[in-house]
Design a binder for this molecule. Structure first.
Ligand code: PMM
Length: 414
């Protein structure tokens, strides 16, 4: 990702994240094993009481003034988990943290950004109701009930459905089935991202996805997402009717950022390290949640600095991409923390191997119930969009989740 490599606009800018301590990974482990009903009973995202806030990227010179500002307002401060000296944990009420943000705005230069970062996290916590994400040809409306993104992989080798929809007619039919099952948007991909998968060239990828996008755009009545890391595939897909770009490389390529900015496509910025061939060896993190959030923050800032409109961006922790099963579980348990970045959050847990691990080693065909439980849990935890293969079962599971007003009316259709 742009930020992960230190490139981009202010990769070390202060970042504040409201912590989500309600679901330790062990508790989530049990919820996923128990199934969707247990997930639907998990406490909702917004809880009352003292808040924990992690602040990273603070200039060390500003730390004495930062701690003094916290003490003045009755906010408890302790060194953060990264152990780098630049990470701090604050505990306080909503109002005392807001007052801290105010005080930091008046503090010397190094801390002004910290004040803005805290303000942004608090604003994201308080945000409720519908929000419009403009896309290349229409819009998505998030915040009126969790949106279900149905997956169509036009590949010979995806881990979950590889080879089933390689024929364009079968893939179009699959998209129509997912739409009839209640999908709110359809994600079409032509390159497998399974660990160890080989990369596909642009022409091969386009031969797979082009006819499918042409076959569904404008006829399904749903926004279409192109799952690609190739800017040229994204460009052609948008010209053929795709609305958003789902980029598992997190807009790492400047050409991709240019395509997104020029076309007005919405974009999913996913976190990963390396490539499918190398990612299994890139799972060392000092502060997993903090590093994933910081990389997504840096990637979105780079995109915005290059002309992508902020309200077109969606972030995704990238479960399974350079994460061990335990790390994917931890990110899912705390996925609501990513809302502090200020963008809608998308989660893709469906059929992934960490669910097989949670279930004691079952293969991909036996992960549907846990996949639905993961989607329901993600919705409870604050994700606005879930990316799934089993749309009908997910829609049924989500029907019992009160994240927002009932799923009715304008749910993102054009
Ligand atoms: N996972 C896969 C592919 N694309 N895109 C996003 N945004 N998030 C994900 O988690 C994600 C993705 C791998 O799953 P698949 O092979 O079943 O599509």
């Amino acid at each position: 990702m742009p930020g992960a490599s230190g490139r981009g606009d202010g990769a070390t800018a202060p970042l504040a994240r409201l912590l989500d301590a309600r679901w330790p990974p062990a508790a989530l482990h049990e919820i996923l094993r128990a199934g969707p009903e247990a997930a639907a009973r998990a406490p909702p995202a917004a809880a009352a009481g003292a808040l924990g806030l992690a602040l990273t990227g603070v200039d060390p010179e500003g730390v004495p003034a930062l701690l003094a500002a916290a003490r003045t307002g009755g906010v408890e401060a302790a060194p953060g988990p990264s152990g780098t000296g630049s990470g701090w944990l604050f505990t306080g009420s909503d109002s005392s943290l807001a007052a801290l943000a105010d005080r930091l705005r008046d503090a010397p230069g190094a801390l002004e950004g910290a004040g803005r970062a805290i303000e942004r996290a608090l604003a994201a916590r308080g945000r409720a109701g519908p929000r419009t994400v403009p896309t290349a040809h229409g819009r998505l409306v998030v915040g009126t009930g969790t949106l279900v993104m149905g997956v169509v992989n036009v590949t010979p080798d995806s881990f979950s459905d590889g080879g089933r929809f390689l024929d364009a007619g079968a893939a179009v039919h699959r998209a129509e089935t997912l739409a009839a099952d209640g999908a709110d948007l359809i994600d079409i991909g032509g390159e497998s991202t399974r660990p160890g998968a080989h990369q596909v060239d642009v022409e091969t990828e386009w031969r797979r996805v082009g006819p499918v996008i042409e076959g569904v755009a404008g006829t399904l009545g749903l926004p279409i997402s192109i799952d690609t890391r190739h800017s040229e595939v994204a460009r052609r897909a948008i010209a053929a009717g795709a609305d958003l770009v789902n980029d598992v490389s997190g807009l790492a390529d400047s050409a991709m950022r240019r395509v997104v900015a020029a076309t007005g496509a919405a974009a999913v910025v996913m976190h990963r390290r390396g490539t499918p061939a190398t990612m299994a060896a890139l799972t060392e993190y000092g502060d997993l949640r903090g590093e994933v959030a910081a990389a997504l923050d840096a990637a979105t800032r780079t995109a915005i600095a290059e002309g992508v409109e902020p309200d077109r961006l969606i972030v995704d922790p990238g479960l399974g991409f350079a994460k061990t099963p335990a790390q994917s579980l931890e990110l899912l348990a705390h996925v609501g923390e990513l809302r502090s970045l200020g963008f809608p959050v998308l989660v893709g847990a469906s059929r992934k191997s960490f669910l097989g691990w949670v279930l004691g080693g079952v293969d991909v065909g036996a992960r549907e119930t846990a996949s639905v439980a993961a989607a329901v849990f993600a919705a409870r935890a604050g994700a606005e969009i879930v990316r799934v293969h089993d749309v009908a079962a997910t829609v049924r599971g989500l029907a019992g989740v009160a994240t927002a007003p009932p799923r009715a009316g304008d749910r993102g259709r054009r």
